[in-house]
Design a protein around this ligand. Sequence first.
Ligand code: NDP
Length: 449
Amino acid sequence: MSDILRTIQSRDPGEKEFHQAVREVVETIKPVLDRHPDYRQAAVLERITEPERVIMFRVPWMDDQGDVQVNRGFRIEMNSAIGPYKGGLRFHPSVNLSILKFLAFEQVFKNALTTLPLGGGKGGADFNPKGRPDNEIMRFCQSFMAELFRHIGPDTDIPAGDIGVGAREIGYLFGMYKKLRNEFTGVLTGKSLAWGGSLIRPEATGYGCVYFASEMLANRNDSLQGKICIVSGSGNVAQYSVEKLIESGAKVVTLSDSSGYVYDEEGIDRNKLEFVKRLKNIRRGRMKEYVDKYSQAVYTERDSTLDCNPLWNHRADCAFPCATQNEITGKDGYNLINNGIKLVCEGANMPSTPEAINIFLDKEILYAPGKAANAGGVAVSGLEMAQNSMRLNWPREEVDARLRLIMKSIHKTCLDAAAEYGKPGNYMAGANIAGFVKVVNAMLDQGLV
Ligand code: NDP
């Protein structure tokens, strides 16, 4: 087991996020390999950690000043054992091969848990959309798709949104794909309702995350009613997590962006959430503007010299990290525990560092890893693909009911796998083991390809 980690580290020495994601999985699946010597013999770990294909390309475009800009685009086609590659596109200046490989690797396990036939992939560019006018975003998306279209297709690889890629970007990407291919197909998910999108897709990751948290609490005869919740981020996942938390009777007291966070002791109610949606999705403003409107709330600017984030240092029952990777450090983990946290449910991908995860497991709080808790987004993307193939649209209630059932099923799958392999109640072990076994069995069925 440590051999494989050493090999990966020496082959791709700079890819620390990818190493972190692989290490977490490798450490939890040891009991599976012990029970299945055939898996070791077939070198399944070596195979599942190597992408089937990595595409890297130049994205040249012209800004509004007439200056030429060049970004780097990526698509990682990680694993297609159980279905076509599926996973989002991220536009953020921090994007590099390590971050996208970690996301693609996590996606393989997540997609396997959804019960749908979806392989795993991820892509994006080191492009910063923040503050750019729509025309520049459009030109960038068109240039990005002018290369990506060769590699994707409704039965091959179906990208979606992620950080920095929302409804606007999906629209521009889809338009360019359609022009280049002269085909109207479900090649992207997260599309607008009028041209092939699914009801509940925008809400799915956040709603699904809260459904998962409800399942965890119900398993301990508890519920979200009256719980104080801290949420990070203020994008798609954060907004719809907060919406469902309010609907479930919880009180949400924080939201953030990359500049800082707001603490609103009175609670972020429906009206305040509508203000945040307009602020972030339409005006594309900053969270600090929240306190101009709601003066009882307190805004704290981000301090990158700190080894912790004060957002995680408030008295609360439940935490929903919904911004980005490694946003909960070991110190944040202790702060959460010391403030009475009972549940951490990850809306973002890999938001907790290994040190923080160890603290949660050690203190036996309810801890749901992103690959299980945030799988609702890709699950409804799978439902969008099904509706596109059938050329019909399911009503909102039907999609929401399917999402609930899928999250319930993922919750049960995690608990069952954890118990079967001697780690009862450990959702992280359960998610890794169940996803691994499903994908590896399919790989073995299909031979050495
Ligand atoms: P959005 O772009 O809609 O929102 C991201 C939010 O996180 C923004 O508030 C952003 O702040 C903040 N953020 C981004 N990077 C950082 C950073 N380095 N430090 C602090 N804050 C940061 O993205 P999503 O809501 O779609 O995605 C959030 C997380 O959820 C990601 O980890 C993503 O991979 C994961 N996810 C998303 C899914 C989806 O369906 N959208 C599905 C499954 C997982 P700012 O406004 O300043 O940029």
